[in-house]
Ligand binder design. Sequence first.
Ligand code: HEC
Ligand code: HEC
Ligand code: HEC
Ligand code: HEC
Ligand code: HEC
Ligand code: HEC
Length: 404
Amino acid sequence: MITMKRLKVVALMAVLGFFASVVSVKAQDPAEGEQIFKNNCTSCHAATDEVVIGPGLKGISQRRPIDWLVKWVHNPQAVIASGDKYAVDLFNKYNKTQMTAFPNLSEGQIKSVVAYIDAQAAAPVPTAGAVTAAGAAPAEGSANGGMMQYIMIALLLIMVLVLVALLSIVSSLSKLASVSPDSPEAQNVPLLKRLAENGKKLAANSAFKTGAALLITLLIGKATIDAAYGVGIHQGYAPEQPIQFSHKLHAGQYQINCNYCHTGVYKGKGANIPSANICMNCHNAIKRESPEIQKIYRSLEKDEPIQWVRVHNLPDLAYFNHSQHTNVGGLECTNCHGEIAKMEVVQQRSTLTMGWCIDCHRKTDVNTKGNAYYDKLVELHSKDHKEPLKVQNIGGLECSKCHY
Ligand code: HEC
Ligand code: HEC
Ligand code: HEC
Ligand code: HEC
Ligand code: HEC
Ligand code: HEC
């Protein structure tokens, strides 16, 4: 069977090619360097010219010899203490900020980091990581970029293999179908005969054809619907923020009231994200030396607001008002946002779809206690309803309440 042989060769070559590409990428230093850099250095350094806490590291391989760099990263304080003029000058220039020592990084790993920085400088366009470097932490997507690439390559290869296999099956089947079961060839080979008979039957069976067509249509349809429903829904979205601000620490452990920072949440439409000045109420004294807190200082010095990444975001066509829900409705933040006080990084817990709003308006009783505004309504409502007054009864399902 020539087709089988050809198929095997193609498959073997594809698999070999795949492993070769993976191995060759793995053996390259910059990929490993990128990981190490992002895990250990981006809180203080960018791979560009930009100063974060420490100097931008672009061109570092030209500035310093590699053995100096290894010594420095292993123990910066020791290099400064040794009286190395370059190190001492740099240390003074950066207001005697101490760089963390990394005695555990091997020489090879440090070289990988340098290779990564060089590769970044050679790249024509800054990557997502470099763009966000102003706020230090790179976007999550770029860190996973390498892994994604392997997965994509693997998937592509599998798809090609499946396609090749299917094509060869189809061609074998059609060959078989053209062999007459009564022909001398078929008579000589009993298996071939049976296959030829069955193949003919199968090909002729219109129910089989319709079934296959239906199955394919259903699969494509389902994929399309899934994709369409996913559009605009960001449940679970938890972007990395420019400063590693923790609600678990501030709102959880230290029990700072939500309202202390989100000043609009009981009295306005928007909850507000606190300005750096609010942070300073405490951080002009607390943890001043922390690199994360230094970022707040820099924002104030440069008079540039901290670029927090927005998590929850309704489309413009919808109107949502916080005070209406928290103050008038008496809802807790957790009803809609989940346990923010336990989150290290804020995550969107609800879908924020129209269905979500409506569903709650159908189920939830209006908080009428102590609100004279509702007295008349409640009286009217209870005349012909047993159920307590729900949000839907006060217009919570009217299009115009939520749409401009
Ligand atoms: C806590 C902040 C911090 C971290 C984390 C940090 N550095 Fe530094 N780094 C500095 C500072 C600040 C300087 C400037 C010298 C000084 O003040 O000691 C510096 C200087 C350097 C220099 C010399 C730069 C030049 O222009 O000559 C190199 C190279 C360097 N760091 C590499 C690294 C690498 C690689 C990592 C990660 C493995 C790292 N640093 C992590 C703060 C940091
Ligand atoms: C010390 C100040 C502070 C306190 C206290 C605080 N927050 Fe925040 N909150 C922030 C900052 C800063 C951000 C923006 C960065 C982020 O998303 O982590 C934020 C973001 C959020 C977001 C996401 C905003 C968006 O972009 O969609 C929600 C929701 C939130 N906070 C709810 C709460 C709740 C609920 C509490 C009380 C349990 C609370 N916060 C207490 C400072 C605070
Ligand atoms: C009411 C006081 C208060 C306010 C306001 C406040 N913090 Fe904090 N913050 C603290 C305390 C207390 C700690 C814990 C310090 C410690 O671990 O010793 C802390 C720790 C932190 C840390 C961790 C620092 C580290 O390296 O461990 C970050 C980052 C931080 N805060 C950012 C912010 C930001 C950003 C704001 C403004 C949106 C803010 N804080 C507002 C009291 C406050
Ligand atoms: C009824 C549901 C609901 C409740 C209750 C609620 N939120 Fe929200 N919150 C939302 C929605 C929806 C958004 C997105 C608003 C938008 O994009 O216009 C949001 C956005 C936010 C934001 C981002 C900034 C802004 O104003 O858009 C913060 C911060 C926030 N909420 C904090 C809180 C805090 C703190 C509480 C409790 C005191 C709270 N929320 C209670 C639904 C709710
Ligand atoms: C957890 C339940 C809950 C969710 C989720 C919720 N709401 Fe509400 N909503 C309420 C309650 C309770 C009230 C009644 C407040 C009051 O007593 O006036 C209300 C009232 C309203 C009103 C005023 C209705 C009127 O006739 O006075 C509007 C507008 C509104 N919500 C919009 C929204 C939008 C938009 C969303 C989704 C983004 C949403 N709500 C999600 C519980 C919810
Ligand atoms: C309780 C609030 C609420 C009510 C009442 C409401 N909507 Fe919405 N609607 C929303 C929110 C929030 C969104 C945006 C989220 C989304 O796309 O699911 C939205 C989105 C939409 C969209 C855009 C959908 C899209 O995919 O972009 C349309 C159209 C719409 N609503 C029509 C209506 C009509 C018509 C009514 C009255 C029968 C109505 N809405 C009543 C909250 C509401």
